[in-house]
Ligand binder design. Structure first.
Ligand code: ADP
Ligand code: ZN
Ligand code: ZN
Length: 825
């Protein structure tokens, strides 16, 4: 009798054991997927962790329904990696499994599948597959439970799985739209009709041709033509697919063709994000390295002989990417693979195009906007005999299988977005990548201009090696940072809203010289806060403990935590006062002000609101890159890894908002943000200028930014961290507790505090309400645990898991959530 222990995609602490039916006795290995029953009439795709002959005792063992694979979909090191992730981050292996595998590889009863109407493949379908396809045709979608019923149980899951592999089916409505062919026909206004008056004429002329008129109107809406026309910038027209346009307008393809033949609209092929399966042949060779880069490149090689991890500390625009490219090239020549991790927001076509030019089709890109089908394809390609040699990807690409991993590069290693916040596993991709590399016998290179303090600490204690690049490529000097004291100016009423006279002056000079400007303001929306002048009433979210932000474009107030939106009141609901003040400046307001002050300048804004789609994001960047926009205003999105050559001025509008946050990392983070955004200035030819506006010019932090003095920041911050015992002088674990009822939560938190103190003593702080103490109707309490370095983590974990279990077993706390955030950022 053979059994399998399997991992289910559920937050269960242990593996579950099933019997292997006779026919599969010898056909299953760890890393295979099997379908198993679980609970009442439910089934899941589980991953085999172990095959054994130990009969479990005390319960009736159920049998495996189906075996999905003929070879493991997980490599042996991945199972070890999953276990490590779960263990370290205090979650379950099931949580890791859920995050790791694309949905298409883990069907369960609730999964819904649809026919993929864009399927163009030529695979031959088996009889059973054809049967299932005809069962689904004409239907919106069907759940697997339904299909199983209709087919009389049987082997339907295996059939669905193979149809998914072939691309005939896909997972559900939402995901289907992610699964697109490689090129689509897109449509746009022709240049001769990119004029408001001509469009008005045409729309008048089309009164009788209703279909054409409605189609054109729909186009203008979808392409966001209003804004593009206003700024007289066709580069701002949004991408519109012809098919989607016709559908959205409820019109016909014929009507669209007529508009094209009249020369109003034109069509063109648009490359969508599918895997590049064709050979890219026009790759270019490597750029020769500068002397300093060459030295760094060789030093990295030497460092890896002694250290598993090396930090490449290179100032902004020193050409770290170029050094990576040479390293990748060498690793590939040795027949090994490279994982190149980047934070989500840095993964632009600016970077991938540059890499594609060198590595062509040997490289795959794994980003969060990949459709599930693409994820499955990449996964399978990595298991095949012809995997990508390089994967450029975001956080979750640490889960991909690699057979011959030789190097992991973590670019912008200080980025906090490498840490997953929700849901579990709350892992840190940089730290996990180091473990992954170790499991594969590979090295890790961390690159940044502004290392995380923890990373630098690891260098200074001899855990990691260090290589430096101190000069910019081409010997351009680092930008000059000019500090402007706005406290004084506000006092004398000499500010123009958020702008100091000096900032306006240098902006004007830059714009007159046809140079570009970046303005950085870390708040989106129009006014971050509304307040009644008479009684001080402030509109708050009904689900969260935060004030609402006014968005003028939408004429709505919204909550940035849960998305709750409501109308802007015309009078104060508390006192009926008529005067509602708009306090503070969000990016939207800055944009409006720049328009007002510089009416002839074209401005783009980059924040969460303007970059909902990847194409909108790319469009803004392209517009700026090509010089179609002169001023780019944005939140921290504009601070990351972008490489433009005509930016001469960077304005940091309100530095204080960054370092006044109640967080022990706020100085470190403010330094990183400011140094990074400053690094966008003067990257080519001439030294750039940064205007740093602050009310606290006397702060050491401000001089550190001005002097590009990372060492100063490090020394000073480390003293504080040591004095108040923060990382890297301790290890932090946050315990979060959430509940809809605040009194129940407070009782739970108090009890948790008592129990934790009984074990950990003075290492426990709290419970406290965090600064935002209610999100999406759930109240939140937090307990901080400071564990001294060197303490046994497995002991700590054991206590934490036990205490949580005991608390949740109490009938009052059944509906509470308790979870851990290890090494929070
Ligand atoms: P970093 O990542 O360190 O900020 P980048 O790698 O983006 O810097 O390099 C900055 C700019 O200098 C880029 O436009 C890049 O193309 C150019 N550059 C850097 N090194 C070289 C080189 N060896 N040859 C040609 N161009 C280079
Ligand atoms: Zn009022
Ligand atoms: Zn809210």
């Amino acid at each position: 009798m053979r059994f399998v222990d399997v991992i289910l995609p559920l937050p269960l602490q242990s593996v579950y054991t099933y019997i292997l039916p006779e026919e599969w006795q010898n056909a299953v290995m760890p890393g295979f997927r099997v379908i198993v029953p679980f609970g009442v009439r439910k089934f899941y795709t589980a991953v085999v962790a172990e095959v054994h002959e130990r009969q479990p005792e005390g319960y009736v063992v159920k049998a495996v329904y189906e075996v999905l694979d003929t070879a493991p979909v997980l490599l042996p090191f991945q199972l070890t990696f999953w276990r490590w992730l779960a263990d370290y981050n205090l979650c379950t292996v099931g949580d890791v499994y859920k995050a790791a595998l694309p949905s298409g590889m883990k069907l369960e009863s609730e999964s819904r599948v649809v026919l993929n109407d864009e399927f163009t493949g030529s695979e031959v379908l088996t009889e059973r597959e054809q049967q299932l396809v005809s069962l689904l045709s004409g239907r919106k979608d069907a759940s697997l439970t339904q299909l199983q019923k209709e087919c009389g149980g049987g082997k339907v899951l295996r059939v669905v799985n193979s149809l998914l592999d072939k691309g005939v089916l896909c997972m559900d409505e939402k995901l289907r739209h992610g699964y697109r062919p490689r090129t689509e026909t897109h449509i746009r206004l022709t240049p001769s009709f990119f004029k408001e008056d001509r469009l008005h004429e045409v729309l008048d002329d089309l009164k009788r041709a209703v279909r054409q008129q409605s189609l054109l109107l729909k186009y203008l809406e979808l392409s966001d033509a209003g804004a593009a026309l206003r700024l007289q910038n066709p580069g701002l027209l949004a991408e519109v697919s012809r098919k989607k346009l016709v559908e959205a307008a409820g019109s016909s393809m014929q009507a669209c063709r007529v508009l094209e033949s009249k020369g109003i609209l034109e069509s063109y092929p648009y490359e969508t994000g599918r895997l590049r399966s064709t050979e890219v042949t026009d790759t270019v060779g490597l750029s020769p390295l500068s002397e300093e880069q060459q030295r760094a490149y060789l030093q990295i090689g030497e460092t890896f002989k002694r250290y598993p991890v090396c930090l490449l500390h290179g100032v902004t625009s020193s050409g770290k990417t170029e050094v990576y490219i040479h390293l990748i090239n060498r690793i590939m020549a040795e027949g090994r693979q490279v994982l190149y991790l980047v934070p989500e927001i840095v993964l632009t076509t600016q970077l991938t195009d540059r890499l594609y030019r060198v590595f062509g089709s040997r490289m795959g890109v794994y980003h969060s906007k990949c459709s599930d089908a693409e994820r499955v394809e990449i996964w399978q390609k990595q298991l095949s005999d012809h995997p990508y040699d390089i994967i450029v990807g975001v956080r979750s690409s640490v889960f991909l299988p690699f057979r011959r991993l030789g190097l992991v590069i973590v670019d912008e290693e200080h980025e906090q977005s490498y840490k997953q916040q929700d849901p579990a596993p709350r892992y840190h991709a940089r730290n996990s990548a180091i473990v992954l590399a170790r499991l594969c016998g590979a090295h890790t290179l961390l690159g940044t201009a502004t290392p995380a303090l923890e990373t630098y600490h690891n260098v200074s204690t001899g855990k990691y090696g260090l290589v430096k690049l101190t000069g910019r490529y081409g010997n351009v000097r680092l930008p000059e940072v000019e500090v402007v004291d706005i406290r004084e100016l506000q006092h004398k009423r000499r500010m123009h809203g958020p702008f100091s006279p000096r900032l306006l002056e240098v902006m004007r000079m830059a714009l007159e010289n046809k140079e570009q400007v970046i303005l950085f303001q870390n708040r989106r929306g129009y006014a971050p806060m509304i307040e009644c002048r008479a009684c001080g009433w402030v509109p708050k979210c009904k689900n969260c403990d935060v004030s609402l932000t006014y968005h003028k474009g939408l004429n709505k107030m919204t909550c940035h935590y849960c998305g709750f939106t409501c109308q802007m009141p015309t009078q104060c609901p508390a006192c009926e006062g008529e005067e509602l003040m708009q306090l503070g400046f969000g990016t939207e307001k800055i944009e409006a002000l720049v328009h007002e002050i510089f009416p002839h300048v074209s401005v783009a804004r980059m924040d969460l609101d303007t970059t909902r789609s990847r194409s909108a994001y790319e469009r803004i960047l392209r517009g700026f890159q090509e010089g179609k926009t002169d001023v780019l205003i944005g939140t921290q999105m504009v601070t990351k890894g972008l490489d433009f050559d005509r930016v001469s001025v960077v304005g940091i509008l309100n530095a204080d908002a960054m370092f006044n946050l109640p967080d022990f990392r706020s100085y470190e983070r403010a330094f990183q943000l400011m140094a990074q955004v400053a690094g966008r200035a003067g990257r080519r030819s001439r030294q750039g200028l940064v205007v740093l506006q602050t009310k606290s010019p006397e702060l050491a932090l401000v001089s550190q930014v001005r002097e590009h003095d990372y060492a100063g920041l490090y020394t000073q911050q480390m003293e504080e961290r040591q004095m108040f015992t923060f990382p890297p002088f301790c290890r932090l674990i946050y315990v979060y507790m959430k509940h809809r009822q605040v009194d129940t939560l407070d009782r739970l938190a108090a009890e948790a505090g008592v129990r934790l103190r009984a074990v950990f003593g003075s290492r426990i702080l709290g419970p406290d309400a965090p600064p935002v103490s209610r999100i999406q109707l759930l109240y939140i309490r937090k307990i901080v645990i400071k564990v001294e370095p060197g303490a046994s983590l497995s002991l700590v974990r054991g206590h934490l898991l036990r205490i949580r279990e005991e608390l949740l077993a109490h009938p009052d706390y059944r509906s509470a959530q308790i979870y851990f955030d290890v090494d929070p950022v």
